[in-house]
Structures are given as C-alpha cells and as structure tokens.
Design a protein. Structure first.
Length: 685
C-alpha cells in the first residue's frame, strides 16, 4: 500500500525534531527526569558546569547524601530552522511498512530493536517516534539517534540512524588533592567497563560508586561535578573534594547564639590557637567527617567549653571550597574557696584556695592553696601548668611547683611496737621546695590521644625537716634513732627524675586487655645539708586479660595482674624509704604496717566484674616483701617498730563510677585475720 504523498509530508513535518542530529538529551528525552549537576561534555563543548556548593550542616557534621550526577551524551543545540511544532489534539497516524536500524553493529542493533515500539505493519505517530528516540538514548550506548521516515511502495520506512558511543579506554580524574584518592580505586571501579562500548548508565553507576568510596572514607563533601568524554573513549571526571579554605573559631553565648541581643558578636577569652592546634584538619586539607569528629572530641576534652559545635559554609574566595567554623560555648574556669578543717599532721587549720584553668586564654592552669594552723604553721602549694608549650611541635608540657607541705610519714608509722618522738608526738615530715617537671608524648604525633610512649623529666629541690605537732624541730625518736639523714635534722634533697610509660591498654579507665609498663629513676645531687647521693629505681608492669566468669550484669570483665619493685642505691634518708601496707600496696594492713625498706617487690591480682549500672566489683589478693632490706635503712625504722617485712592480704571491693572518677572501696583481710577497709580514687593499678 502506498501512502499518499501529502500524508507522508505531514508525518515528516510532525517528526522534524526526530531528524535533527546531535541533540542534547534534555531536548531529545522530553519525558526524562531532570538531571543532577554533573554532565558529560563532548570534546568541543563549552566550559564545564560549575561545581555544586558544599552543604552547610549545623551544628554537627552530618554526611550529605552523595550526589548522583547523570552523565549525558555530547550536547548540541537543534538547528534553529526546525522549531518544535505545537502539539496537536489528534496526531495523524501512518502505516509503517519497514523499520531499519542504521549504524549499530551486532548486539547494539538488537538493543535498539528491543526498546523501540515502532514496528512494521503497524501505525505510528510523531509522539511515538519521539518516545522511541528517548528509549534508545536511555540504553546509554548512543551519542546520537535520528528517526527518518521515507516513502516506499509498501508504506513508510522508518530508519533509526544511531551513532554508538566510543569504546571506553580509560577513566581519569582531575581536581583531586594528591594522596586522597588511591589510583587503584578508579581502576577497580571502571575496569570492568574498559574495552566495551561506553554506556552512560554503567558510567553513572561507577560515578556513584566513586562518590560512595569518598563517603565511606569520611570525605562527606566530595562529589563528581563534571564528566567529559573524548571521541577516543577517554572519560575525565572532575572532582570537588571539599577542600578547606579557612578554619574559624566562633564563641556562643548561653543561648547558643554567636551574637548578643544588641547584635554585638560574643567575645571569648580563649585564644583561637588553643582550639585550632587541637585540630588535625588544617586549611588546604580535604574535609573529612571522621577526622573532624576526633578533632572536636579533643577540643571538648580541654575542659574549657560546655559545648562544641561545627558549622560549614561555602568558601569566600572559592565557592568550591568550605569554611569550617568551630562554635564553642566557654565555661567558667576560675574558682575561689575557703574553709577550715582538722588533720592528724597539722591539727586544726584554716584554708583558702584559688584556681584558674584558662589563664590568659592560653589553657594554662594556675592554682594556689594556703593552709594556716594555730601552731604558727603556714603551708602552701602554688603550681603553674602549661599542657602544651606554645609553638612546640611535640606537645611538650611542663609544671612549676612551689610548696611547703607536711605529712605523717608511713616510714615511721605502725608496726607491732609503737615508737614515736620522745614527747609522744608522731614525727611529721616537712618539705619546703621548688620543682619543675616536663612531659612529652613520644609517638611523633602530638594529636594522638593514646601515645604508646610518654616520657617525663623533672628537677626538684626540697629542704626536708622532721618536726612535732607544735612545729618544733625533732629528729630523734624515743628509741634514740635518727629520723633525718644529717645530724642537724635538716636535709637538702635535690633530685633529677626521669621516667617513661608504655601504655598498650584498650582503655585507661576500664582496661580489659593489653599492658602498661612504667619505669623511673631519680638521681640526687649531693649539695647542701647532708650531701645526699642516692639513686632510686622503680618499675611497674600491669597486664590485663578479658574473661567471662559471671553474668550478673552486662559489662567488661578482666583478670588484672601487677608486678612492681624498686630499690635505692647509695645514701638513703629514712623518710625516703619504701613502705609496704595499706590501700596502695598490701590491702588488709594499715599504711606502712608491713615494712619500711630499701628494696621491695609487690604483686597483686584482681578479678574485675560488673554488678549493676555504675557499680563494679573486685576480688583481689596482694603480696609484698622487703626482700630482707629493712636493716639497711638508716635508723632502722622498720626493725625498731618490729614490722614483719612481708605480708599477704586478700579481700573484696567495689568501684563506683562518679564525675570525680572511680571511687575505690576495698575490704582486705591480712595474715592475722583482721579485716580493714581502705578507700581511694581510681584503680590500684
């Protein structure tokens, strides 16, 4: 059947859009959904589209949804001389005599036939031809599609003239920062597509997989903002990874606003560098959600702020970058207190204290405590701490301490025989001195919250004297033994201390596995009264094993072991001797009841288990020995008081978690069968 020429002319006119080559997909696929920002640009196309702006996410960094740029074929504009005709209420239909596909070899030809609805022996319309064009484009294999009708003796022949995409040879990226995206990631994603006809659907999925890699690795602002294709089959992906343009610190008021009611910005006391030096992310880095979360935890851990928040804004100089703003709500950092009390060492006293945790806005700490007694006694403790010396790359901190302290020495306490001063008072050890101590993590990373090794070094001078309750100098006990090293009751003790800690525990508060090793040495300088020359060595090793012996409550359980020892070489003032017995050594005994020695070994084992909520339980056993060294302490304070020299204790305890830390309550039973309670803060080891 021959179609009348006037009807053929009508069909050709109504499908004029279908005969235009190299359309943009938006023009061809009229019913397709809107496309996301990224687009495929042919080799000769105009400049790429501008990248999308980073999403602002106050107050906490929430990973934005990964964008899914839909690559489109090379875009060109239809010729102006063939405008799109107005749609008609009823379109003319023509009989299709033949359908042919031109330009698609083998499987691609089958793909065209699979998706088109126009078939020989049936009628078609302009709209159906447009739908077939859209369907062919939707397969993703073709850069250009035309539907050309022509008159034949058997009806209208519709020729779908297609231009396949090139064979995909390689995918490369640009715009990314070196060291962020490993080269093998792109190859692993797109390698299955190499050597086959470029398919925009599969390419789009690959782009989504690439963006997912960024999301999974914390780069929550990264996205592919442009895709370009060359006739040779090389795809170039343009990345906007979310580079940080600047980092700002902004202070909030009690209502969480950056400005007061009159519009003036909130001003804080803390200097910006105190916050920014705790951040691993720096300007020029790519924003990473995982990293910034750790950074904010460190900032909050300074103890200077009640709240720490994050906000992100587009860069001011480059909209493809991001400005990171750390919003902080400062807390009050100073305190002043006064009171009165009574102690066995000082009697009735009055006290006043002052502390400032953020001196000068530098996170430096100043504290002072003064204690005055009714026996002309004035004690004080003044300290200044800088936890991170400004400009130091290794996070070195230091503490300076000026003090006058008094305490009852366990070296002269307890034992089967009660030996005090000749006036019946217990001897007090008074220490007037000045010291400085430096600490530094040895991990090489100052922002590592759990460095494996930490070292410290310090120098302390003390003027040590033995006194009674009335602050009178008394250095001979009632047995005639000397309690100081020099014969005038005053010793000058200058000590250089070095120590190192290796911490491999899984937790510093409730460890269940790992170990911690501590070693230290103190060397005295023989100057001043007594010319004391000594070297004190100490070591402690703890090991933790996770167990599951009970099922009272959910929570960590562990067996904890500790072995420690020490010795003093050279001169030994009796008040510097090691003491055994009490809550920190052998539980079940009073403080200092077991030994006063030159050397010691102490072993402890604990089974730690949860009971409920904030309460944990402990079963423990301790053993300590002086290794027969009590007789080598000048004045024989341990032998004179008839201390046994070794002891074993066991018992049960509770650990109550509180804002001050773990409160330790132990009930220990010594070798004599007598039980005693002991108290403390934190674990024994």
């Amino acid at each position: 059947m021959r179609v009348p020429s006037v009807l053929l002319a009508t069909l050709a006119a109504s499908t004029s859009l279908a005969t235009v080559s190299l359309w943009s997909q938006s023009a061809r696929a009229q019913d397709a959904p809107a496309q996301p920002p990224a687009q495929v640009t042919p080799p000769d196309a105009a400049s790429p589209a501008a990248p999308a702006q980073p999403e602002v996410t106050p107050p906490q960094p929430t990973p934005p949804e990964p964008s899914s740029p839909v690559p489109t074929p090379p875009a060109q504009t239809p010729p102006a001389q063939q405008p799109n005709p107005e749609p008609q209420a009823q379109e003319p239909q023509v009989l299709v005599g033949e359908v042919v596909v031109v330009g698609a070899p083998g499987p691609l030809e089958d793909e065209v036939y699979r998706v088109i609805r126009t078939q020989a022996g049936r009628t078609t319309t302009r709209s159906q031809l447009q739908q077939d064009i859209n369907a062919v484009f939707a397969t993703g294999f073709f850069a250009n599609v035309e539907a050309v009708p022509e008159d034949t003796p058997l009806g209208v022949r519709v020729s779908f003239i297609v231009t396949p995409n090139p064979v995909l040879q390689a995918v490369q990226v640009q715009g990314g920062q070196a060291g962020i995206l490993p080269p093998n990631v792109v190859d692993n994603i797109f390698r299955p597509q190499y050597g086959s006809t470029l398919n925009f659907q599969r390419l789009q999925q690959g782009v989504r997989d690439l963006e997912k890699w960024y999301q999974d690795n914390g780069y929550v602002l990264a996205q592919v903002v442009n895709v370009q294709a060359t006739p040779e089959g090389v795809i170039t992906l343009t990345l906007a990874e979310g580079q940080i343009e600047n980092i700002q610190v902004r202070f909030l008021n009690d209502e969480g606003q950056p400005a007061n009611a009159d519009g003036t910005p909130v001003r804080g006391r803390t200097r910006d560098f105190v916050v920014t030096r705790e951040l691993r992310l720096k300007p020029g880095d790519v924003f990473n959600g995982n990293t910034i979360r750790s950074d904010l935890q460190r900032v909050f851990g300074l103890g200077l702020f009640d709240d720490v928040q994050l906000s992100l804004n587009p860069g001011q100089e480059d909209a493809r970058k991001v400005v990171v703003t750390i919003n902080v709500d400062e807390r009050r950092s100073g305190s002043l207190a006064a009171g009165a009390g009574f102690s066995s060492a000082s009697g009735l006293f009055g006290t006043a204290s002052f502390s400032e945790q953020n001196l000068g806005g530098n996170n430096q700490k100043l504290s002072a405590e003064v204690q005055a007694g009714f026996n002309n006694l004035l004690l004080f403790d003044l300290s200044f701490t800088d936890p991170w010396i400004g400009g130091d790359p290794f996070r070195t901190g230091y503490t300076v301490n000026l003090f006058n302290r008094r305490s009852l020495s366990f070296a002269f306490a307890e034992g089967d025989r009660d030996v005090d001063l000749d006036n019946g008072d217990s001897p007090r050890v008074n220490r007037l001195g000045l010291g400085i101590n430096f600490t530094r993590p040895l991990s090489g990373d100052p922002l590592n919250p759990r460095p494996e090794w930490t070292a410290s070094a310090g120098l302390t001078y003390q003027r040590v004297s033995i006194r009674d309750a009335d602050n009178e100098l008394r250095f001979i006990d009632e047995a005639g033994e000397q309690l100081s090293f020099s014969d005038n009751g005053r010793d000058d003790l200058t000590l250089l201390r070095l120590s190192a800690v290796r911490d491999l525990r899984d937790s510093q508060t409730q460890p269940t596995r790992g170990s911690v090793l501590q070693v230290s040495t103190e060397q005295s300088v023989p100057v001043g009264s007594g010319s004391i020359l000594l070297n004190r060595l100490r070591a402690s090793y703890s090991y933790f094993i996770p167990v599951r012996f009970t099922r009272f409550a959910e929570g960590p359980q562990a067996l904890a072991f500790n072995l420690q020892g020490g010795t003093v070489l050279g001169d030994l003032p009796p008040y510097e001797a090691f003491t055994l017995g009490g809550s920190s050594t052998v539980r079940g005994f009073e403080d200092g009841e077991v030994a006063t020695s030159r050397s010691f070994v102490l072993a402890s084992v604990e089974y730690r288990f949860p009971i409920f909520n904030i309460i944990n339980g402990v079963l423990f056993a301790d053993y300590g020995t002086a290794l027969g060294s009590q007789g080598s302490v000048p004045g024989d304070p341990g032998i004179t008081r008839e201390k046994p020299g070794s002891g074993f204790g066991y018992g049960i305890g509770l650990r109550i978690r509180s804002p001050l830390g773990s409160i330790r309550i132990d009930y220990g039973i010594g070798e004599g069968g007598e039980g005693r309670f002991s108290f403390g803060l934190g674990e024994k080891f």
